[in-house]
Design a binder for this molecule. Structure first.
Ligand SMILES: Cc1cc2nc3c(=O)[nH]c(=O)nc-3n(C[C@H](O)[C@H](O)[C@H](O)COP(=O)(O)O)c2cc1C
Length: 363
């Protein structure tokens, strides 16, 4: 049984463990002729990379991506995809397996240690092995390619809630997202978030976060009834990210509290002669098919489970014990999940774009 592949026409397979020699992926089904360089992919990986501020883990993983296949120089000297499988690799260079060896028989609460042992009878205790979010680096690399498959597609994400503290949506400014260590679109919350997270970090504790992903330039018509809905696939893709415990599309959970008048997005003809929706509670998707409005998804990330405070647990022999984590961990993994969310949404949209083109002949 293999579950390391994602997508239909655009297929991503990832491999590797957090403390192995390297992690890697194969992106299959990418059309030929798409310009892409390692440097371009690297810019997205650098957003996810740890050790960039005091709010992320101090592990120093340079996450240097290398393209091994599927990209070739064209006559003009540009690096373009050839239509063959694109293979990429990142070496693991800052593993400290020692950090994990003292607790190797203990099941870390909130981690997959217990369930992996139940399922496989063996687990790589060094950093969680395959269950580690190290794997998500390859999703980000693949997402950089996916973004270029759909002409005009722009997928961006921002942190809209840190622990219990939400942004003021009236202050939303995309230009701010790259200007602060939280990927917050609201400049005004940055100082208070910094103080809050410093407190959390000093206590050796952790907090969760909510991330919003917005994709613009999504053509109408992507997604398919009945089991290939765009929102269904986006939800699944976001839920597959480590530590994600909730996903919503458009108005999401809050739609339940709206009236029919408030919720259904009314339609008018715009000045440009094109249909115009007067609101976007649907998050750009109706009947599982994109409407041409921005696709909006949010996901909630749980607090980092590895914390300094001792926690009750058991070991592999059934003994009750305690565990606290001395390794280097993010006080809020939601921050580094921002580029991962973008990548997963880009991958789903690109896959559906290719599927739509294959079925209808429309590009
Ligand atoms: C970017 C990223 C980095 C993560 N780093 C850590 C970490 O340093 N420590 C930790 O306890 N959990 C971390 N996690 C979460 C765990 O990988 C995850 O909670 C664990 O594998 C159990 O899976 P589940 O939470 O999806 O059930 C990280 C998650 C993401 C998205």
């Amino acid at each position: 049984m293999s579950h390391n592949t994602f997508g239909h026409l655009l297929r991503l397979t990832t491999w590797g463990e957090s403390h192995g020699d390297a992690i890697g992926c194969v992106v299959d089904g990418c059309p030929p002729g798409i310009e892409i360089t390692e440097a371009e992919i690297q810019t997205f990986l650098d957003k996810r990379r740890p050790g960039q501020s005091r709010y992320t883990t101090q592990r120093q993983e340079p996450d240097r991506v290398k393209i091994l296949s599927g990209v070739f120089e064209d006559e003009a000297g540009k690096q373009i995809t050839t239509g063959t499988p694109i293979s990429m690799v990142i070496e693991n260079v800052d593993q400290r397996s020692k950090d994990y060896s003292v607790n190797k028989d203990k099941f870390r609460p909130g981690h997959a240690d217990f369930t992996y042992t139940q399922k496989y009878g063996i687990r790589d205790y060094r950093g969680g092995g395959r269950s580690s979010a190290r794997e998500t680096a390859m999703r980000v690399a693949a997402g950089a390619i996916a973004r270029k498959i759909v002409p005009g597609l722009n997928v961006r994400a921002a942190l809209v809630q840190l622990g219990p503290h939400e942004i003021n949506r009236d202050n939303w400014d995309w230009d701010q997202v790259e200007q602060n260590p939280f990927f917050s679109p609201d400049r005004e919350c940055v100082q208070s978030w910094a103080a809050y997270l410093d407190g959390i970090r000093k206590k050796g504790s952790s907090c969760g976060a909510v991330i919003e992903v917005v994709a613009t330039g999504v053509p109408a018509g992507l997604g398919a009834p009945i089991y290939g809905k765009l929102d269904q696939d986006i939800a699944g893709a976001l839920m597959s990210i480590n530590a994600v415990k909730g996903v919503e599309i458009g108005a999401g959970m809050a739609a339940a509290a709206l009236s029919g008048e408030e919720n259904a997005d009314e339609i008018r003809m715009g000045d440009d002669g094109k249909p115009e929706f007067l609101s976007n509670n649907a998050g750009g998707i109706l009947g599982g098919i994109s409407s041409g409005q921005p696709v909006v998804a949010r996901f909630a990330v749980k607090p980092t489970s590895s914390i300094l405070t001792p926690r009750k647990t058991i070991d592999a022999h059934g003994n009750e014990t305690e565990i606290s984590t001395k390794g280097r961990h993010d006080p809020c993994v939601g921050i580094r999940a921002v580029p991962i969310g973008e990548a997963m949404v880009a991958l789903v949209i690109a896959d559906h774009y290719l599927r739509h083109r294959a079925q209808t002949g429309k590009g």
